[in-house]
Design a protein around this ligand. Sequence first.
Ligand code: SF4
Length: 249
Amino acid sequence: MTRLETETVNSAKTRKPLYAARQKIFPKRASGNFRRFKWLVMTITLGIYYLAAWLPWARGPFAPDQAVLLDLANRRFYFFFIEIWPQEFFYVAGLLVMAGVGLFLITSTVGRAWCGYACPQTVWVDLFLVVERAIEGDRNARMKLDAGPWTARKLMLRVSKHTIWLVIGAATGGAWIFYFADAPTLLGELFTGTAAPVAYITVAVLTATTYTFGGLMREQVCTYMCPWPRIQAAMLDENSLTVTYNDWR
Ligand code: SF4
């Protein structure tokens, strides 16, 4: 009887690692119409996120005068003139379904517009890159600094950059919790140490995730964590517009 030597296709000997460490990327400052449009989208989306909770809206004596508010304690969702009660939540579900279909439509017609312009990961990485560029310089200066030895100047630049990144992370976490309570009152409580523990925990978690995803992981989030590229691949072909790095980088 002949003995056949066989090996499973995913045996430990031939299996390629599923994870690759992040390659350092030093994107150069871009210019042109697409970049100008991206600055505009970035300004609008960040402006909405950081400021919407502070827009006033008269709501009478039983709710904070806030235009956008998720009042979890009383199970109400306020959005300008719209007030949603729990039994009306299927409207929100319908809106989310419509947003999903809209995303599919945009992706299949103009390519990776969501990833390239409006995804929060893209917008915050872009913001972190603005800080990095302002402190360490454009591509060549950053590459030189990264390859060079640790000097007092390099240490100072790196500490400044990471400190500002952490401040942005804290501002991002802080902005989030203002959607769940009267923003001016909560801001005062936060700084006087009288806010609920969950507020501090939320700010701490969002500070850490914003800093890690936007500053340290960047495109690793897209490669390993985000489900959207897996779905998106089904809607793209070789003629689709994609926003990627050049392969020689
Ligand atoms: S892959 Fe995911 S995380 Fe990355 S930009 Fe696209 S939607 Fe955002």
